[in-house]
Design a protein around this ligand. Structure first.
Ligand SMILES: C[S@@+](CC[C@H](N)C(=O)[O-])C[C@H]1O[C@@H](n2cnc3c(N)ncnc32)[C@H](O)[C@@H]1O
Length: 185
């Protein structure tokens, strides 16, 4: 399966409000279910489109992105005071064991979906921490988002996270996207 990293020169597309058709702020916050003391990771934070939505409901949000240039793009827009930015791949996070209360990724699972990444999330998440993945499904029509042969599906997310020590608590496939919510055991 092809893998790609979303190009920085297309970052403006990530700020398009019509993206809420596929994942709303309301849906994301409900799935995360965090309190105002929580430390939350945004995995593949990009321009911070969804980071900004989560920040007011969390204690600290760490925007993780492998591309420094994406963080620079986010900084130009303006980063909320409780958001810090970390340049790192999901499979190698410079964070302490159990330091994270929750994590989420939006439209990014297909860019980091490996057993190593799930194992790293299991390491940094405390017991009971939720990990929410909303991404394009390979079962969709592919009219928008990445080509279907670059996507994964819900079953892949369930298998990858459960093999790493998470328990699935919510799982749904929609028309173009899937949502997977799991808890660190
Ligand atoms: C499609 S964009 C989505 C950005 C953001 N989640 C959103 O919904 O607006 C994917 C982002 O994930 C980042 N990314 C890709 N692979 C990654 C990895 N292995 N670790 C961390 N970030 C990654 C890319 O640099 C890019 O900014």
């Amino acid at each position: 399966m092809a893998k790609h990293t979303f190009p920085v020169d297309r970052a403006d597309a990530l700020e398009d409000q019509t993206r809420y058709v596929h994942c709303s702020r309301e849906e994301l916050l409900d799935a995360l279910a965090v309190g105002r003391e929580a430390t939350v990771l945004d995995l593949g934070s990009g321009t911070g489109f969804y980071t900004d939505d989560v920040a007011p409901s969390a204690g600290q949000v760490v925007g993780v992105d492998v591309q420094q240039a994406m963080h620079e793009r986010y900084r130009r827009k303006g980063v909320p005071p409780n958001v810090s930015l970390l340049t790192a791949p999901v499979h190698s996070l410079p964070l302490a064991e159990g330091a994270v209360d929750a994590a989420f990724s939006t439209m990014t699972y297909h860019e980091f979906a490996t057993p190593a990444a799930a194992a790293e999330l299991a390491r940094v998440c405390r017991s009971g921490a939720r990990v929410v993945s909303v991404d394009w499904t390979s079962e969709g029509a592919g009219g928008s988002g990445p080509p279907t042969d670059e996507r994964y599906n819900l079953a892949h997310a369930v298998e990858t996270f459960e093999a790493a020590g998470f328990r699935t608590v919510r799982a749904a496939t929609r028309r173009e996207t899937f949502v997977h919510v799991c808890c660190k055991i």
